[in-house]
Ligand binder design. Structure first.
Ligand code: HEC
Ligand code: HEC
Length: 325
C-alpha cells in the first residue's frame, strides 16, 4: 500500500512539473512577432474609387459589420454609413478580439499607421505591431484595385476619436499562439490587378472567396485555428452565440441536402437583399443587404457551378429558450 502511494505521489509530482513547465512555456512564447512583406498601395481621391471603397467597406467586404460601435448597428442596417470607428467585439474561447478604429484619427484610429501597414493586415494577417491576427479578415486575394479603393476610402473619412482597448487573449488563445497554430496568411497567387463587376462565375468566385467570406463560415473548420476540415461551401459550421446556436447551411448545389436545390435565383437575391431575420446570427446580413444585385447574382452563379457535396444540415437556427419551465 505504502509503495503504491509513493508511486502515485511521484506521478502526481511529475504531472504537476509538466503542467508548470507548459504554463511557463506558454507565458514566455505566446507573444511572438512575425515578418511579412508590405504590399504596395496607391491612394486615390478620385470619386469613383472612393465610392467603390465605401461600397466594399459597408457592403460585400463588411468591414462595417465588425468595425462599428454595436449601438450603431441598427442605423447601419437601415443603410446609414455610420463611422467605422471600432467597438465591435468577437468573443470566442481564445479571447475577446476588439475591432479597431478604422477612421484616420491619429491617436485612436489608423492615422498613425501607414497605408502599407493597413494593407499588410489584409493580405498577410500581420498587425502593425507584428502580431499575427486571427483569421477574421481573409482578404489576401483581393484585387489590387479593391484594396487600393478600400484604403483610399478609409483615409478620406473624417477622423473620429474612439479609443479601443487591445485584444485580450485567454489562456487558450495564448496556447494557440504559443504552439504556432495561427500563422500569417499566404496569398495563394499574386493578386489580380482588377476584375470586372459582372454576373459571371469568375466574379462570383472572387466575391465568395476573397471579399464576402461566404467560404469562411459556410465550410467545416476548426474554430480554434481556422483550418478548413472538409469540402468548402458544404456548411455545417456551428456558432455558439448568446442567443442560440447558428449552423451554416450547405451552399453547394447538392439536389438533396444543398440549400440552392430549393432556392431559385430570385429567392436567393430577395433573401440576401432582405437583411437580418434572426437576431444574434453571426452572418453579416445587414452589410450583404447593401450589395448590388449584380454581385448577388454572380455569387449565385458561382455557387451553382460548384461540385455538389452531400451534407445534411438538420437545423440552422436553434434559439436558446430562456427559463424552460
Ligand atoms: C469578422 C469581423 C471583421 C471584419 C469583417 C473585418 N475586421 Fe478588421 N478587425 C477585426 C478584429 C476583431 C480586429 C482586431 C484583431 C486583433 O486585435 O487581433 C481587426 C483589426 C483590424 C485592423 C488593425 C490590425 C492591427 O494592426 O492591429 C485593421 C487595419 C483592420 N481590421 C481592417 C479591416 C478592413 C479594411 C476590413 C474590411 C475590408 C476589415 N478589417 C474587416 C474584425 C473584422
Ligand atoms: C460570419 C459567418 C457567415 C458569413 C461570412 C456568411 N454566412 Fe451565410 N449564414 C451564416 C449562418 C450562421 C447562417 C445560419 C443562420 C442564419 O440563417 O442567419 C447562415 C445562413 C445563410 C443562408 C440561409 C438563410 C435562410 O434564410 O435560411 C444563406 C442563403 C447564406 N447564409 C448565404 C451566404 C452567402 C451567399 C454568404 C456570402 C456572401 C454568406 N452566407 C456569408 C454565417 C455566415
Amino acid at each position: 500500500m505504502k509503495k503504491l502511494f509513493k508511486i502515485l505521489g511521484v506521478l502526481a509530482g511529475g504531472l504537476l512539473l509538466l503542467a508548470i513547465g507548459f504554463f511557463a512555456f506558454v507565458s514566455i512564447t505566446w507573444n511572438k512577432t512575425f515578418e511579412a512583406p508590405y504590399p504596395e498601395v496607391s491612394i486615390s481621391t478620385d470619386s469613383t474609387v472612393l465610392a467603390r471603397g465605401q461600397y466594399l467597406v459597408y457592403g460585400p467586404a463588411h468591414c462595417a459589420t465588425c468595425h462599428i460601435d454595436p449601438n450603431d448597428f441598427e442605423a447601419m442596417s437601415r443603410g446609414e454609413k455610420v463611422p467605422v470607428a471600432g467597438g465591435g467585439e468577437i468573443i470566442i474561447p481564445p479571447g475577446v478580439f476588439k475591432a479597431r478604429n478604422l477612421t484616420p484619427d491619429v491617436e485612436t484610429g489608423i492615422g498613425a499607421l501607414t497605408n502599407e501597414e493597413v494593407a499588410r493586415v489584409m493580405r498577410y494577417g500581420v498587425g502593425h505591431d507584428g502580431r499575427v491576427i486571427f483569421p477574421f479578415m481573409p482578404f489576401e486575394n483581393m484585387t489590387e484595385a479593391d484594396l487600393n479603393a478600400i484604403i483610399s476610402f478609409l483615409r478620406s473619412q473624417p477622423p473620429v476619436s474612439n479609443k479601443i482597448e487591445p485584444t485580450q487573449y485567454d489562456f487558450l488563445g495564448k496556447v494557440v499562439l504559443a504552439l504556432g497554430m495561427i500563422k500569417p496568411i499566404e496569398p495563394s497567387s499574386a493578386p489580380k490587378k482588377a476584375l470586372q463587376q459582372e454576373v459571371s462565375v469568375v466574379y462570383g468566385e472572387y466575391l465568395a472567396n476573397s471579399v464576402t467570406n461566404c467560404v469562411g463560415c459556410h465550410s467545416p473548420r476548426d474554430l480554434n485555428s481556422g483550418e478548413f476540415t472538409g469540402p468548402k461551401f458544404s456548411g455545417g459550421l456551428a456558432f455558439e452565440e448568446p442567443l442560440g446556436t447558428f449552423t451554416t447551411p450547405n451552399l453547394t448545389p447538392d439536389p438533396e441536402t444543398g440549400l440552392l436545390a430549393t432556392w431559385n435565383e430570385e429567392t436567393f437575391v430577395k433573401r440576401l437583399k432582405g437583411g437580418l431575420i434572426h437576431e444574434g446570427t453571426p452572418m453579416p446580413w445587414s452589410s450583404f443587404a447593401m450589395m448590388d444585385e449584380v454581385d448577388i447574382r454572380a455569387i449565385y452563379m458561382y455557387l451553382n457551378s460548384l461540385d455538389p457535396v452531400k451534407n445534411k444540415i438538420e437545423q440552422t437556427v436553434a434559439l436558446r429558450v430562456e427559463n424552460p419551465k
